[in-house]
Design a binder for this molecule. Structure first.
Ligand code: SF4
Length: 400
């Protein structure tokens, strides 16, 4: 398996200006006062972890501002958080510092401020380059916003630019998907994420499908769109390095790789998740409770579990298999589990997995079943993971 990519910080900004019809994330509609209070809480959370040194002496390899929509905060607010994180945890010289942005929520001046502050990568949620498709899923903003945001980001000095696209949108056809891909390629991003639309519980989209006003995504069409994306993007010089992600050479997202290769990451902000040395923990998904905990100088952690070595290995296999170059069973320690090895053999016999030298990866067909493969592999182990008291976070001293 590709070696774990060090240490990352994820900052979850829980605001959007409105909710897209397909979105089930925890979020609040942006309000200036609420954003100011959140900012103060987030800085307190940075300080509290700063006292605990979760990564020991190692500086961060990546910082990722996700959401929600981070650019609902002002460039000055984002800069304040980045400075606090850098001062508190340290930042490797060549670190990747990413921010997700809605194309309609950025300005040329704001992008220049972010670039000057040290952000190295920007990720725009374009979703589609077809105005009607955006409209049908309640996505605010326009195709023109995306075109102008990419141009402004480049003028501001951003080289590493990602665009998110979705396929299987209501009314989307194979032809309109091809047009979206080609239009996106013409903007020359360094990275593209292509996500299949999924229908999440409790969303406006689910209600519309149940009422029959919108058709449910068609699996066969989505598979065709996935194949087409790979074909068109490969021809344009992008390589698929993960199920949903493509990049120009040298521009695979470090933050993404860290998640899939067993790297350590600390998540701050409401509902953010963390994984450090076999321990998974998550923050409360409620802004008021998050603010309250931090006013009381306590960490807003609600769930915490210590993975057994077997669970940890299995998760590395499951996440690693999302990468197109797969995993080395030996390096992950997977050979130590007879049940896991047997399951991998079974999946190879079914041509869901394939071996290439020392590495095992999903076949092109097997990629469609990545989630089922994950469930099957996890089920092969009798889990012995155990819960921990929510705030039992081990305090480690930074070495001098
Ligand atoms: S912008 Fe992103 S986080 Fe916000 S509602 Fe839309 S999909 Fe959800």
């Amino acid at each position: 398996m590709t070696q774990a990519n060090g240490h990352g910080l994820y900052l979850r900004i829980p605001f959007c200006h409105q909710r897209c019809h397909f979105c089930a994330f925890y979020l609040e509609i942006h309000q200036t006062r609420a954003a100011e209070e959140f900012l103060s809480s987030l800085l307190s959370e940075v300080r509290l972890y700063g006292e605990r040194h979760p990564f020991g002496p190692e500086p961060l390899d990546s910082i990722y501002f996700g959401g929600g929509t981070p650019t609902t905060l002002t460039p000055q607010q984002l800069t304040t958080v980045l400075s606090a994180a850098r001062d508190t945890f340290g930042l490797a010289q060549d670190a990747e510092v990413s921010v997700e942005a809605h194309p309609g929520s950025v300005t040329s001046e704001g992008l220049s401020q972010l670039r000057r502050a040290g952000f190295t990568r920007i990720s725009f949620g374009a979703e589609s380059m077809d105005q009607d498709e955006l409209h049908r899923v309640g996505r605010p903003g326009s195709v023109l916003n995306t075109v102008e945001a990419v141009r402004a980001a480049r003028e501001a000095g951003f080289i590493d630019i990602n665009l998110d696209l979705m396929y299987g949108l209501p009314g989307q056809t194979i032809e309109s998907w091809a047009r979206s891909l080609r239009h996106t390629i013409a903007l020359a991003p360094t990275h593209l994420s292509c996500y299949a639309l999924t229908v999440e519980e409790g969303t406006h989209l689910q209600t519309a499908i149940q009422r029959g006003t919108i058709a449910a995504p068609d699996d066969a069409l989505q598979n065709e769109m996935d194949d087409l994306a790979e074909e068109i993007l490969n021809r344009a010089g992008y390589s698929r390095y993960e199920i949903s992600n493509y990049s120009r050479p040298g521009f695979a997202s470090r933050h993404n790789r860290l998640h899939w290769t067993g790297g350590h990451y600390l998540g701050l902000g409401p509902s953010a998740q963390s994984y450090i040395e076999g321990r998974r923990f998550g923050n409360v998904s409620n802004l008021a409770a998050y603010n309250r905990a931090l006013r009381n100088r306590t960490l807003p952690v609600t769930e915490c579990e210590q993975l057994t070595r077997a669970d940890d290995i299995c998760e590395r296999v499951v996440f690693g298999l999302r990468m197109t170059d797969g995993i080395s069973l030996k390096d992950t320690g997977a050979m130590a589990s007879a049940a896991l090895t047997q399951k991998v053999d079974d999946l190879m016999a079914e041509e869901i997995l394939e071996r290439s030298g020392e590495r095992v990866r999903l076949t092109a067909g097997g990629r469609r079943y990545a989630d089922s493969v994950a469930v099957a592999l996890l089920a092969s182990l009798e889990s012995r993971r155990h819960g921990l008291p929510p705030l039992d976070f081990q305090v480690r001293q930074r070495e001098k």
